[in-house]
Design a protein around this ligand. Sequence first.
Ligand SMILES: Nc1ncnc2c1ncn2[C@@H]1O[C@H](COP(=O)(O)OP(=O)(O)OP(=O)(O)O)[C@@H](O)[C@H]1O
Length: 365
Amino acid sequence: MQHAARVDPPRLEIRNLTRRYEGRVVVDDVSLAIPAGQVTCLLGPSGCGKSTTLRMIAGVDMQDEGTIHVDGALVCDTQFRIPPERRSIGLMFQDFALFPHLSVAANVAFGLSGPKRAQEDRVRGLLARVGLEGYLDAFPHELSGGEQQRVALARALAPQPRIMLMDEPFSGLDNRLRDGIRDETLELLKEEGTSVLLVTHEPEEAMRMADEIALMRDGRIVQQGAPYNVYNAPVDKAAVAFFSDINVIHGVVRGALTDTPFGQFLTPGHPDGARVDIVFRPQHVSIDFDRGGRGPSPTAQNGTPARGVVERARFMGSESLVEFRMDHDGEVLRATVPNVFMPAVGTPMWLSVRRNRCFVFPTGT
Ligand SMILES: Nc1ncnc2c1ncn2[C@@H]1O[C@H](COP(=O)(O)OP(=O)(O)OP(=O)(O)O)[C@@H](O)[C@H]1O
């Protein structure tokens, strides 16, 4: 007799979650599944419904529609609700303050039960793991912001939650600290095997932390996948623009081709006469000096170059951003160049676009 292979249910699964405030839909039919040990980032602009989604999963807000399951067991639907403290969910928020009147050790032990000795061992182990073994008896106000955040992480992980919900947990830290604490946090979460749903509006944070990104806009998840795929196969123009500056050129499709000042683009799948936007990032524009009114020869990879004049050049640290006013339509296009490249305003130059890094979308989408 054959047995079907057993497939573990996702650690966290939300199905069709919807939340309305005063008749306005702020979370709209959101579904998401996070396997054990995976970090998923809910990424989107301010006000798109990320925190509301997290609050429903935590159990501090109640959905109008939809269900939440942990390890295949129902945690909450519109009739049934397991209280927040029994969901095996850890919380870490930017302003999720430590208890000021409790020592570091007591803060970390706060959610623990069971034999005192085992609790002490867990607290010591976690504090050592976050590099604060010498701070057991210190009080929160004696610690720096980064140290407090590490204690908050240790406290959230102490009861071994199956899921960790994190809402912009690093945004209160200064830039120098942030990268290090992000990496340490991720390492510890992976060691503990905790599944994570992290909310952020910063694409760099999502790219750095996530196994999977769920891109959210106006209450809906518009795209979901590995960071590489979300960045390199965006669903629409706004999804490209969320991760970087963009350039847009316009055209009309004729027989699966679109004529532009940068040559003909293949635009299969778009009907004849359709208006399309060809979208590309500044790092996929290459630039050449003007040689007596002529630019470089067209290539299969880069198409035909088009001429513009430098309008502005800014040094950004590891690269320079140069803006050009294009001869053909008077619009501005941007190019990034590694290191220092600061041509004088008014310098004529030729721009070419990496064909295989362009995205084509119907205009208006
Ligand atoms: N309790 C509430 N009552 C009424 N409206 C609310 C409530 N909580 C949130 N909203 C509204 O719901 C929308 C989504 O808010 P939410 O905090 O989930 O967004 P967000 O993506 O997390 O934004 P941010 O990154 O700024 O925190 C916003 O327009 C907000 O004003």
